[in-house]
Design a binder for this molecule. Sequence first.
Ligand code: CA
Length: 352
Amino acid sequence: MRYFLSCFAVAIVVSLLTLNTASAEAIYQWRLAMSWPEGTPMLHNAAARFARNVEVMSGGRMRIIVDAPGRHKAPLGVFDMVRSGAYEMGHTASYYYKGKDPATTYFTTVPFGMTPTEMNAWYYYGGGLELLNEVYARHNIVAFPAGNTHLQMGGWFRKEVNSLEDLKGLKMRIPGHAGEVVEKVGMKPISIPPGELYTALERGTIDAVEWAGPANDVRMGFYKLAPYYYTGWHEPGAELHVFINKEQYRALPEDLQVMIAISAKEVSLDILSEAFYRNVVAWEEMKKESEINVRTFPDDVLNALKKANDELLNEVAERSPMARKVIESQKAFLDQSKDWSRITDEDYLKLR
Ligand code: CA
């Protein structure tokens, strides 16, 4: 009888312990909508890597299923799907949502703006992360930087650009804020789905195209049709983001919130490293296959683009006080860091 009682007591303790563990270790099964088609180098890897990081770190307490546009059908609808809670999470780029809120535009990149190093310093130490979340809190979203694709090139041109005159009427695929900038200097930005770009360039529907960098451009084959490759000005360090539904995020235990933040940061560094590596390799491959003429835009073109960009930023700041706050924060940090970048990165790269 004593044996039976002690067994009974042990059984009660065990079941209490199990009960305790079960309530402390709720299992979260979440879904993440990414903007990128399945298998896209860097981008799909990043979303999958983020999900895996969280699952492993949490010992399986949080599982994240990654859905591509093939499943959710809305590559540029990640903002709405996460805001409404249809998806708990997303992996996308903030600047796709300038139509929802102009202040979101600049968290990805700004023409003539910060390099990846400067951008990371601004995000993690210069108030950028707080500002990102001030903007996104108004849309029921918590956001983290999650992947910088490094400096993008200025695009592939069929003909050489020797002056501002050569750009007048030129039709170019260049979306978003930069598209509005080139329009101000007389170009015609044209929006064409990625799958039709090669044919459009071949048929002369467009005269120039910007995409990303060699790692992504090599598959598109633009270099075979447009041999003038211009150095970049419009996306000096495009940052991607993880979005999380704010209510769902706030309801998580604190350790899972920290794991999500750490995973986003890890993916951010990982994409930057992968983008740089893949661009190096793809650039070498392209140069072997084809005669590519690398050019920098002439001064009159760059000056006109800079002026147009400043005008456009002022116009947006006039319309949106929140956008003004973001633009001014970035500009202040860029002004502050310019001199340091000049005597370090810039000078060193010249003398190496
Ligand atoms: Ca681009």
